[in-house]
Design a protein around this ligand. Sequence first.
Ligand SMILES: [Zn+2]
Length: 116
Amino acid sequence: MTDILTKLAALTRKDTCQLLPCPSCSAKCDTLSAHGFGNYSVKCFNCELQTQQHQGQDAAIAAWNTRLLEKALIALVQEAAGEIERLQAALRAVHGRCTPEMELVVAQALNPTEAV
Ligand SMILES: [Zn+2]
């Protein structure tokens, strides 16, 4: 499960050197606009989706590169990972105290990829 979270984090990291494609139209967007007083925004020339103005280039790029859906998916995966860990802990707690038939079920649940 940690591997999945690591991969998700790598996919969604805030890369301050490169703008991700537009979340609306998938066009490659490389338009960082300066608005004075250190405020910047990123705008898609294809569909005109635009971030709000942010203080500093890095903040504007991070806002553009952070996707609400990705944040929601990461939260769901983290929640699922936590639930799996809680269930595995509960199974480990009863492991060794069940009937032989139930031990097979518990062992398979703890190691689903291994043949029992
Ligand atoms: Zn766009």
